[in-house]
Design a protein around this ligand. Sequence first.
Ligand SMILES: [Zn+2]
Length: 313
Amino acid sequence: MALTIGVDVGGTKIAYGVVDEHGAILERGLRHSPAGSPEKMALTIADAVTELAARHSVEAVGIGAAGFVDETRSIIRFAPNLAWREEPLREKVGELVGLPVVVENDANAMAWGEYRFGAGRGESHVVCVTVGTGIGGGIVLGGELYRGRWGMGAEFGHMQAVPGGRACGCGNSGCWERYASGSALLMEARNNAQADPAGAAHLLRLGGSVEGIQGEHVTEAARQGDRAALAAFESLAGWLAQGLADMAAVLDPGCFIIGGGVSGAADLFVDRVREEFAARLTGRGHRPLAEIRVAEMGPAAGLVGAGDLARLR
Ligand SMILES: [Zn+2]
């Protein structure tokens, strides 16, 4: 049985585990992420790998990392929320653990996990969109992970949706993720509550004030029928649907997978996304409709996907 270790490195936590060829996690662990120090990061990852490799016969290590990974899957060019700049992570960790290592963008790893073992099983052309604080994603075309020429493809969140629109952390403005992410959902709900307090009774009770409203309040209030919260989800669905229709125009996938933190509330918006997608798709009525599915694997998708990509290296 070919086992690998998958590691999912985020800004606050490192999740890692032993992954088999069916995508099952045989043993897993969690560590604090030393986000400010590339040296400590490499040591922490290597220590976690060594711990598991002592108990399991593993053949390779896959690291999914929140950053721009180069096309050779070795170097993290830049990570917005971590201290990595031109970081040769593959080499550093490889030397410390004595195993082959591949490094992959975390959203790519997650997309691969869902494609192989989750909501994308049986499909060959899959676009996975992670909706959280921002929007990330991964593309599988013809059964291959599509990385782009320099490894930096599938940064959907930064397609411009609104010329001259809301400022984005990437330095541009009007990016899709400023309208269709969890942060956008929250901003929309607060704006709605400000404009129409009577329609936001549940939201305002949960948050205490407009500024006190948090993401989980929007979900809870929407489930209670709060008008402002429901309108925020409706707006999110419209923006998501438009982006998916645009991507379908370019990539023509068989299925989209919506993952990330906001997908936990998918029952509140995914039907609306399907309707709006069908209404906005170019060539509608004369082409099959891509399915829009909800991610199945939760936070484990990144770890499992990274481990699987190491096996297929
Ligand atoms: Zn942007």
